[in-house]
Design a protein around this ligand. Structure first.
Ligand code: GRF
Length: 207
């Protein structure tokens, strides 16, 4: 199944780039139709422009209400016939109208093993600092479906990453990021192959 993907991001866009590369290679059959960012300086918007993918800076500050803001996002998704959303470093909660319209069709990638080191405030280096401060030996990557709570929807895939005694947060972040770039591709591919069944909180993978 080929999806028309809308990507949301607030930062540099390396996960977006990884997906884009796999589409160009022909490993994924979906297309990225649009990129949306709440941050006008986000690298993700620049990557979209360089690749001639329609991109939008949509910030709550441009609107009088949350409703108008969310409606604008829905309008843009509709304009570009989006049927699948990828959150690639998007720092805002997704409105329930969007969650409902794209039920089980929104993926997020998180740089830790959920339900540890996730939720509000757990983003970027904060996550890796917290993992190191706690003394964890293992961290990892989670790809999950999105609901109205931060980092809370059913888990699609997880991949462990070992923590080294002398890791800095930056070193750990780099190793985790490499796995993120692979796991998000694997997750999209499973959706394309229609091999995932969502039963409550569980995502079951058909052989
Ligand atoms: C990644 O670490 C992702 O797990 C998290 O935000 C970061 C985004 O990085 N949700 P990038 O913009 O894809 O480079």
């Amino acid at each position: 199944m080929k999806f028309s993907i809308g990507v949301f991001g607030s930062g540099r866009g390396s996960n977006f780039k990884s997906v884009l590369d796999k589409i160009k290679e022909g490993y994924l059959e979906s297309e990225i139709k649009v990129v949306i960012s709440n941050n006008s300086n986000a690298g993700i918007l620049e990557i979209a422009r360089l690749n001639n993918i329609p991109s939008y800076h949509i910030s709550i500050k441009q609107f009088n209400s949350e409703n108008e803001f969310n409606q604008k996002i829905l309008d843009v998704l509709e304009k570009h016939s989006v049927d699948f959303i990828l959150l690639a470093g998007y720092m805002k909660k997704i409105d329930s109208n969007i969650v409902n319209k794209y039920k089980n069709r929104i993926l997020n990638i998180h740089p830790a093993l959920i339900p540890s080191f996730c939720g509000q405030g757990m983003y970027g280096l904060n996550v890796h600092k917290a993992v190191l401060d706690y003394g964890c030996k293992i961290t990892g990557v989670t790809v999950h479906l999105v609901n109205e709570e931060y980092d809370n929807g059913p888990i699609v895939l997880q991949k462990p990453v070992e923590v080294n005694d002398d890791d800095t947060p930056e070193e750990l972040a780099d190793r985790v990021l490499k796995e993120e770039h692979k796991l998000i591709i694997e997750a999209i591919r499973l959706f394309e192959e229609e091999r995932l069944i969502v039963k409550g909180r569980k995502v079951i993978r058909r052989k």
